[in-house]
Design a protein. Structure first.
Length: 231
C-alpha cells in the first residue's frame, strides 16, 4: 500500500469528535498531524498490513506524517512474533516516537519469553536521555519485571532517573504506584526515604491512593508521607 493510499484510507475512517478529544489529551504534537481514527480500527488495519506484507515498506518509511501512522507502526511492532526482528524494528522506531500514546500502546508480547534480551536494551534506553525512549524503558520495567522475577535493582533504575520532562516523571510515578501495589514491602522504602523528586513522589502516592489494589490501611499511611509544598 502506497502512502497516498494509506492516508486516504485513514481519512475515510476519520471521526472528528474523536479527533478533537485526542488533540486535547496529546497536546505536545501538531494538531494537524491527528486525523482522528479510533484505536480498534487502527489495530485492525495493523493486522491487515501484517497479513498482506504491506507493513515492511511502511515501517522503513519514517518519520511518518500522521499520528495514526505512528500508532499503526506501534501496533505492528507489538504483534511481531520473532523477538530479534521485533527488537530490530523497535530500535529503528523508538527515536521517532513523539507522544505518550504511541509510547504506551507499544507493547510487544513476544518479550514475555525473552526478558533477558529486553532487559539488556532497557539498560541502554533508560539512560538515553530521550523522553519517550526513557518512558518506554520504564513502562517495560513496569510491565515485565514487577512479578515473580522482581528484583530491587529495577526500582533502583527508575528512582535514578533525573529529569524535568513531564512525560517521564508521570511514568516514574505510575511505575512506583504499580510497584507498591505488587511489591509493597520492598518498594515502600523508596517512598519513606523520599528517593524521588517531590513532584514525582507525591504523584506516585496520589496514584496509589486512587488504586483499588492498595489496601485502605496502606493508603492512609502513604498519605502521611506526602511532601508538603514549601511556603
Amino acid at each position: 500500500m502506497k502512502k497516498t493510499e494509506l492516508h486516504r484510507e485513514l481519512k475515510n475512517r476519520q471521526d472528528l469528535k474523536y479527533r478533537d478529544m485526542q488533540v486535547k489529551i496529546i497536546p505536545n504534537i501538531d494538531p494537524g498531524s491527528i486525523i482522528g481514527v479510533r484505536t480498534p480500527e487502527l489495530r485492525t488495519m495493523a493486522k491487515e498490513m501484517q497479513r498482506s506484507g504491506d507493513h515492511m515498506d511502511f515501517m522503513k518509511d519514517v518519520p511518518h506524517k500522521y499520528f495514526e501512522e505512528n500508532q499503526l507502526h506501534s501496533f505492528i511492532i507489538s504483534g511481531m512474533k520473532d523477538a530479534d526482528e521485533c527488537m530490530e524494528e523497535l530500535e529503528r522506531f523508538l527515536p521517532y516516537v513523539d507522544n505518550w500514546a504511541t509510547c504506551d500502546q507499544m507493547s510487544p508480547k513476544v518479550f514475555k519469553k525473552h526478558k533477558d534480551m529486553l532487559f539488556d536494551h532497557i539498560k541502554e534506553w533508560i539512560g538515553s536521555g530521550k523522553t519517550y525512549t526513557v518512558r518506554f524503558a520504564t513502562g517495560m520495567l513496569m510491565e515485565h519485571f514487577l512479578d515473580d522475577d522482581f528484583d530491587l535493582k529495577y526500582p533502583e533504575m527508575v528512582a535514578g532517573i533525573r529529569t524535568e520532562e513531564y512525560y517521564v516523571r508521570m511514568m516514574q510515578a505510575w511505575y512506583f504506584a504499580t510497584a507498591l501495589a505488587k511489591q509493597y514491602e520492598s518498594v515502600l522504602p523508596y517512598i519513606e526515604e523520599k528517593r524521588l523528586d517531590a513532584w514525582t513522589h507525591n504523584k506516585a502516592i496520589q496514584k496509589s491512593v486512587e488504586s483499588y489494589r492498595i489496601s485502605d490501611e496502606q493508603k492512609q499511611y502513604l498519605k502521611t508521607l506526602r511532601i508538603k509544598n514549601k511556603v
